[in-house]
Ligand binder design. Sequence first.
Ligand code: S3P
Length: 176
Amino acid sequence: MRSIHNLALIGFMGTGKSSIGRLAADSLHFTFLDTDQVIEARAGKSVDEIFQQDGEPAFREWERKMVEELAHREKTVIATGGGLPADKANLASLKTHALVICLWASPETIWERVRGHTHRPLLNEPEPIAKIRHLLAVREPYYRQADVLVNTELRSVREIAVQVVHQFHLAWSAHQ
Ligand code: S3P
């Protein structure tokens, strides 16, 4: 029997993991944790700087360490970096303690949401939509293993947060 005492939001960049996660944490009276923010604080540099200076493998190593620690958390809403669950062991670990909800959006919507931002090193590309499509295709088999898949198109962050909290309550009462 799984033990569910945390809520993990996974999904591509720009699907709203952090904003929805903050609202869900408020409503559940849980702590909110954003893996990118914790990694930045620990590394003393931004995710972008880690990618530029140390390379993507170094960033993924930070993520792996983070995932091990997450297993000791209680009553936490975790917003993961978009690539964190695209690793069998990371995803399996999240599932041992959290209800895993994947937020979904189309490549076009994702691009509309992130195009004004400069801090996403993977999308600093001449063909960002093609890159989004490619990464989504590679990650889809992982994202699909979430317990719940939530479409974030055409709905407000607040509405989605309500749905996410509802799903969590259902799972929590079923697993007590
Ligand atoms: C990444 C997503 C980013 C961040 C890093 C890599 C990815 O997080 O972890 O830039 O591989 O998709 P967000 O999904 O929070 O933007």
